[in-house]
Design a protein around this ligand. Structure first.
Ligand code: AMP
Ligand code: ZN
Length: 490
């Protein structure tokens, strides 16, 4: 099945058959968060999308070295090497050391990723942990003649590079257009060309995060960390590089130029970009002030939210849209996802009760093929989910004795649901994993089963009392149409 995987490549603007450089190990690099702030739901969309992609590659049997960095230095406020350093600014504001800021938001990021059931990357390198590698790379780019130093800052010479390589190829733009859309240089500018960007930046006296270099005390430009760390762990040319679409025009365009100028090789075979999460059509971002935090979404504590939504309902919401389409946040869509997720989880449980028959009324092999076809078509999760809902329909009908399944079809259906719902989409049953305590899980199953019986007898006073008593123990029980889910409020 893996031979047929098609991936949309931003670089060529086509869906291409995925041919790994080395079948033994696929290299995948994803630009990680800038940890001077909490990640918002938009950032999470990108990381959850790549988690699904990573999961599917693993599911197909590939070995993957998945590297996702942490940007903990070198990120200035302006896109073009201007403004304050975000870490120093935040450190002063919160009266903390810059590395305390980094630690605080890295831990918060890991916690959120865990709640969304994302698999950890194999390597999570930090920019501050790879200053030597970045300095070496800048030296090599200087030696190769594609950069120049001006008063302790090293700039990449875009016009020189563009004479040999198409600088704007990732976004399909030529240099003249790019120059025309960039502001003119001032007389006092050190840069030779409007598009030149900093590889290494001289530290101003007030700059807290600084390192010694051949050009004096300074800190790396934002883009060089990803070039240095991806080539260190994945080699000078590797398979997949990803990030949000907003990184194409500057960050990834500059990464390609740096790596090519340093190593004389195009660094990446497949460039993959996720589209943006929007709120009322506007991209969710820290600077636009329309970004809510995953924690606010889970509790419902935000003016835009009608109520809280569980991490898995949110993950399901994201999977219902293709990663290359925009996804607009709305309470209605989240309500629908909550229901869809509950139906899917209920079907997983119902499946265990179905008894096999001598004949099948549905073609499960065809259904399995449809699931593969959807995922092999550039990870088309919305189409996959449509097929999985067909599986849910068959499961519910079989449970009502309106359809039948042979033993082998039943086994295939169980495998299909486990593989695609749990392993590939990364949806877990929140009732099972609520505490991680097996005894408590067993006890809660008994309690909720008895409560179901009480409700079936229409003794609603007793079932409400049970729920309220559990509530006093910080255990929340939520009733959905098919089942009841529980969680422990922290
Ligand atoms: P940052 O922490 O700003 O460097 O962003 C981390 C990742 O989140 C990058 O890959 C961005 O492209 C991505 N990202 C930022 N905003 C959004 C959004 N609204 N929707 C989806 N991804 C986003
Ligand atoms: Zn990056």
């Amino acid at each position: 099945m893996q031979n047929q995987l098609l991936i949309y490549n931003t670089l060529t603007r086509t869906k291409e058959k995925f041919i790994p450089i080395n079948k033994g190990m696929i290299g995948m690099y994803v630009c990680g968060p800038t940890v001077y702030n909490d990640v918002h739901l938009g950032n999470c969309r990108t990381f959850i999308s790549f988690d699904m992609i990573y999961r599917y590659l693993l599911y197909l049997g590939f070995k993957v070295r998945y590297v996702r960095n942490i940007t903990d230095a070198g990120h200035l406020e302006g896109d073009r090497d201007e403004g304050d350093d975000k870490f120093s600014k935040k450190a002063k504001l919160e009266q903390l050391e810059p590395m305390e800021i980094v630690q605080k938001y890295t831990l918060g990021f890991h916690d959120v990723m865990h709640q969304f059931n994302t698999l950890p990357p194999n390597i999570e390198p930090t920019a501050t942990g790879h200053i030597c590698e970045q300095i070496e790379m800048v030296k090599q780019i200087l030696d190769n003649g594609y950069a120049y130093e001006a008063d302790g800052t090293v700039y990449f010479d875009v016009e020189k590079y563009n004479k040999e390589f198409p600088y704007g190829q990732l976004t399909n733009r030529n240099l003249e257009d790019l120059i025309a859309n960039t502001r003119e240089l001032h007389g006092q500018d050190e840069k030779h060309g409007r598009l030149d960007f900093a590889l290494w930046i001289k530290a101003k006296p007030e700059h807290l995060m600084r390192w010694p270099s051949p050009w004096g005390w300074g800190f790396p430009g934002w883009h060089i960390e990803c070039s240095a760390m991806s080539s260190k762990y994945l080699g000078d040319a590797f398979d997949i590089h990803g990030g949000g679409m907003d990184l194409q025009a500057t960050h990834h365009t500059n990464e390609i130029a740096q790596s090519q100028a340093c190593n004389h090789k195009a660094p990446v075979n497949y460039w993959m970009h996720t589209n943006m999460l929007t709120v009322n059509g506007v991209r969710m971002s820290k600077s636009a002030g329309n970004g809510f935090l995953p924690g606010e979404l889970f509790t419902g504590d935000h003016p835009l939210l009608e109520k809280g939504y569980s991490p898995m309902a949110v993950r399901f919401f994201m999977m219902q849209t293709h990663y290359r389409s925009t996804l607009d946040f709305s309470n209605d869509a989240l309500h629908a996802s909550e229901k869809g997720y509950a139906r899917m989880m209920a079907a997983l449980k119902t499946l265990q009760n179905i008894k096999p028959s001598s004949q099948s009324t549905s073609d499960i092999k065809e259904l399995e093929k449809n699931c593969y076809d959807a995922m092999n078509d550039d990870f088309n999760t919305p189409v996959l989910i449509a097929h999985l809902f067909e599986a849910v329909r068959i499961i519910n009908s079989a449970n009502d004795n309106k359809e039948t399944l042979t033993e082998s079809d039943l086994a295939l259906l169980k495998k299909l649901m486990q593989d695609f719902v749990v392993d590939v989409l990364g949806l877990k049953d929140e009732t099972i994993h609520a505490s991680g305590d097996k005894v408590l899980e067993g006890v809660m199953k008994i309690v909720l089963d008895i409560r179901k019986e009480i409700k079936a007898r229409k003794d609603f006073a007793a079932s409400d009392r049970l729920r309220d008593e559990l509530n006093k123990l910080n255990i929340t029980v939520k009733d959905t149409k098919e089942t009841a889910v529980w969680s422990i409020e922290q």
